[in-house]
Design a protein around this ligand. Structure first.
Ligand SMILES: *[C@@H]1O[C@H](CO)[C@@H](O)[C@H](O)[C@H]1NC(C)=O
Ligand SMILES: *[C@@H]1O[C@H](CO)[C@@H](O)[C@H](O)[C@H]1NC(C)=O
Length: 461
């Protein structure tokens, strides 16, 4: 029933533009053909698509939705599966045998959530509707410039340079479907309990609260990413303008711009910027009207002027490791991580000279020149992430443990470090980005498809 609805919607959304992508329903012969159904999905090749960037992204989202809806349908009464034959969604890619154990575990967890599945179905319908609307909007606005998008890489690419493992797609989709149940509840909580008591001065981090979900990625390209607000925005942008980059893939160039948090939550971008250079990893920041990022496979930093829509400055960080030399413990080519605090723009990285220890440099935001550098004794690859508040660097010990901690600080004012044990909750157990926003006084993070923010408390030393 849901599937029929999807096919109808998918047909309308895709057919309207003459798009060759087609969801197709067929027998699942791999599982013994016991009358269960799955959807396979064909996506147009780059040459067939008339609007490759935006169209590719949206087709990928529709494909992800198709996979999830077919999963939901298999949970409905009448399509019940016994423990011996777990239902599975088959998207654009197939699961490897190794993923089966995971699939079965997730399936049994899904069973527990059965009563809430209808609510999720509603949510999915809403998202599909918004994707279709987005597609129509983008068509009406004309196609963005040509180029290889990260989403298409995920669907068609050989994957040789991608850290993301295509064999786990079905698992990730299932995980994502399960997490979505919790999200709607969290969004309700957000509306009720947004902390607004702001500490005016600087201090040391003493507390990190529970993460609050602000957005969610629908497609596999959004497993990792970075979301941002400019702490010192320049008109026409405001403090509410929200930015997002999905960083799965090898040619990451799409920067989504949202008018405010609400549009961001709904997934309605006001604009999609196509960056003149591909960026790498989740280390980007937005500051004083510029997107600062590390260029793919290089130690070059770039400042992309968001108003002029052009590169305004470029500079190499001498000796900085890149592309997997000194990443954070989760990988993701997170060798070079930009940060903004009350005092300005920073870059967190390492060098051969520092033997993999975290190096910190203060940057001139206009020229990207290094103003001063500090060397710590924390091995960069041993920590899950790092962020800077009031000139103090903090590290997180794990990107997956639900009971992770902020376990170390390094004060650039005194050159001293100390161990800490401040609880930090990895709610979705795959935190790929953590950045402090000094205006919002929150930690922004990307946790396995979820864009979250953590309230914090500082105390004067
Ligand atoms: C912080 O956690 C990382 C990762 O577990 C560990 O290698 C490091 O030694 C810890 N630092 C301190 C000061 O406990
Ligand atoms: C976190 O939880 C794991 C597994 O439950 C446990 O082994 C570990 O000791 C806990 N760590 C902390 C810092 O509480």
């Amino acid at each position: 029933m849901l599937g029929a609805w999807l096919l109808l919607w998918g047909g309308l959304a895709l057919g309207a533009g003459g798009d060759p992508a087609r969801p197709r329903r067929g027998d699942d012969d791999d599982d013994g053909g016991a009358g269960r159904c799955t959807y396979s999905f064909t996506v147009a090749g780059p040459s067939e698509a008339s609007c490759p960037e935006a169209g590719g992204a949206l087709r990928a989202e529709l494909a992800a939705l198709a996979a999830r809806l077919s999963l939901l349908e298999s949970r409905e009464p009448g399509a019940a599966a016994g423990p011996a034959g777990s239902p599975r969604a088959r998207g654009a890619q197939r699961a490897a045998p190794a993923a089966c154990g995971n699939l079965q575990r997730v399936t049994s967890r899904l069973q527990e959530d059965k009563g809430r599945l209808e609510r999720e179905a509603e949510e999915l319908r809403r998202r599909l509707e918004s994707s279709a609307r987005e597609l129509a909007q983008l068509r009406a606005a004309g196609c963005p410039p040509r180029g290889d998008g990260p989403l298409r890489d995920t669907l068609h690419g050989s994957g040789q340079a991608s850290r993301w493992d295509p064999q786990t797609v079905d698992f990730q989709e299932l995980q994502s479907a399960r997490m979505e149940l919790r999200t709607s509840r969290l969004l309700e909580e957000t509306a009720r309990s947004r902390p607004d008591a702001k500490d005016s001065g600087c201090g040391e981090l003493v507390w990190v609260g529970e993460p609050v979900v602000f957005g969610q990625a629908d497609s596999i390209a959004g497993k990792y990413g970075v979301w941002m607000k400019d702490p010192e925005p320049v008109p026409p942008f405001t403090r509410a303008t929200t930015w997002r980059v999905d960083t799965v893939g090898t040619e990451v160039r799409q920067l989504f711009q949202y008018d405010n948090t609400e549009q961001f939550s709904k997934g309605y971008p006001a604009k999609v910027h196509i960056l003149p250079r591909a960026l790498e990893s989740t280390g980007a920041v937005v500051y004083r009207g510029g997107l600062y990022f590390q260029q793919r496979r290089s130690r070059l930093l770039a400042k992309y002027d968001l108003r002029a829509e052009a590169i305004a400055a470029e500079k190499e960080i001498p000796g900085a490791g890149y592309h997997g030399q000194y990443p954070y413990s989760w990988g993701g080519y997170t060798d070079i991580d930009l940060a903004v605090d009350e005092t300005g723009l920073w870059v967190i990285y390492s060098t051969e000279k520092a033997k993999g220890a975290i190096v910190l440099s203060k940057l001139d935001p206009e020229t990207l020149d290094i103003q001063r550098t500090w060397e710590t004794n924390i091995r960069k690859q041993s920590v899950a992430n790092a962020f800077i508040i009031c000139g103090i660097l903090y590290t997180i010990n794990s990107y997956t443990l639900p009971n992770a901690t902020v376990n170390f600080s390094y004060d650039t004012a005194t050159g001293t470090s100390r161990p800490l044990s401040i609880p930090f909750q990895n709610r979705y157990q795959y935190v790929s980005m953590v950045d402090y926003n000094p205006t919002e006084r929150q930690l922004f993070a990307w946790d396995s498809f979820h864009m979250v923010a953590y309230p914090i408390r500082l105390a004067r030393a």
